[in-house]
Ligand binder design. Structure first.
Ligand code: CUA
Length: 375
């Protein structure tokens, strides 16, 4: 149906038009209701409406509080508006009657000054409180009697279009999959190597910008029970438009118990080269000959030369469940990614597009999928 203002005027000025519109409005209201109801059905691992950590919970509470305040204001204003419309309409026979004038009424002035002030206070006190609470980084540098850091600190480096996670106190570098323990505060140093991005794990809290010229810091907490319910996986996103593949700049969070986390740390720290079959060995040879190794590191150690951190660290690539953060982990998808990375993630910096034979692609895929840690 074509909608123009003239048509709209015509429609609302005829009885048939109004009836037709009312029929459609019933449909509209059903659709609106559905949209409202369905928006509550977010995936447990990707929704701000299903908070799974202390920070997200407090942010969610603020969302609810401000929504209630807004609803209250809208309701009161709407009721007054409708009441005035009906009660003070000019009626037949009353054309010359002037209602009681209340301009300058003390009582009314006080009421409509005090109520908004109370509402602003109701909103601002918890906002300021939580702002300082979320900015409290006192635990970031705290050390125990042995001089060891008490809390986990992770350096997040955002790149077009992938994420690097460095555990400076543990000597581990990894990419795309962030691994964290549940039930404790995890502190983050956030920065970017090229343009501005933003680090966001919707179900856990945030988001915060990653900049090139300063380091932003915050902490998050992963609730053990909620993490279990979500299958110990949460999804993370880049939340700042950063280029053509911004929407594909996803990462994964593995939120596991402290024991499992410690196992993971020791597997990463005591990294052993995986055993490679003949095809994978051929892949490894290609990986080096084609200079992939200049940008991609294949060991998780912190000793990795800086120039091998131009692209994601691949030491635990075979443990991941996605390729490039977005494709499912299958050999076919991996070959597609290696062959034409620009088609999967436009504007990304991986090159050597389309110059592989099928045999080379098979070998490279086999090699990359054999890169596993702790299995
Ligand atoms: Cu990085 Cu958007």
């Amino acid at each position: 149906m074509e909608l123009s203002f003239e048509k709209f005027l015509l429609v609302i000025h005829t009885k048939e038009g109004i009836d037709g519109l009312m029929k459609k409005w019933r449909l509209f209201s059903v659709l609106t209701l559905m949209a409202l109801v369905l928006s509550g059905c977010g995936e447990p691992y990707l929704s701000t409406l299903r908070p799974a950590g202390e920070v997200a919970k407090k942010q969610f509470d603020m969302l609810i509080l401000s929504s209630i305040v807004m609803l209250f204001v809208i309701t009161v204003v709407a009721i007054i508006y409708i009441t005035v419309l009906i009660r003070f309409r000019r009626k037949k026979g009353d054309e010359n009657k002037i209602p009681k004038q209340v301009e300058g009424s003390h009582k009314l002035e006080v009421i409509w000054t005090v109520i908004p002030v109370l509402l602003v206070l109701l909103l601002s006190v918890p906002t300021v409180w939580y702002t300082f609470d979320f900015g409290n980084l006192s635990g970031m540098e705290r050390v125990n009697e042995n001089g060891e850091k008490e809390n986990l600190v992770i350096n997040v480096r955002a790149n077009q279009y992938w994420w690097e996670f460095e555990y400076p106190d543990l000597g581990i570098v990894t990419s795309q999959d962030l691994v964290v323990p549940t039930g404790e505060k995890v502190y983050f140093n956030l920065f970017a190597s090229d343009v501005k991005h933003a680090f966001w794990i919707p179900a856990i809290g945030g988001k915060m910008d990653t900049n090139t010229d300063n380091i932003n810091k915050f902490y998050l907490e992963f609730d053990p029970e909620k993490s279990n319910e979500a299958g110990n996986i949460f999804y993370g996103k880049c939340a700042e438009l950063c280029g053509p593949s911004h929407a594909y700049m996803d990462f994964k969070v593995k939120a596991i118990s402290k024991e499992e986390f410690n196992e993971w740390v020791s597997a990463m720290q005591n990294y052993e080269e995986p055993e490679l079959n003949d095809v994978a060995l051929r892949g490894q040879q290609l990986f080096q000959e084609l200079n992939c190794i200049n940008c991609h590191a294949t060991t998780p150690a912190n000793s990795t030369p800086a120039d091998a951190r131009l692209a994601p660290n691949l030491s635990d690539f075979g443990n991941r469940t996605t390729i490039a953060g977005i494709l499912p982990m299958t050999k076919e998808d991996l070959k597609k990614w290696i062959k034409e990375p620009g088609k999967v993630k436009p504007g990304n910096k991986m090159y050597a597009e389309g110059s592989f034979s099928e045999e080379e692609l098979d070998a490279l895929a086999e090699y990359l999928m054999s890169l596993k840690v702790g299995e």
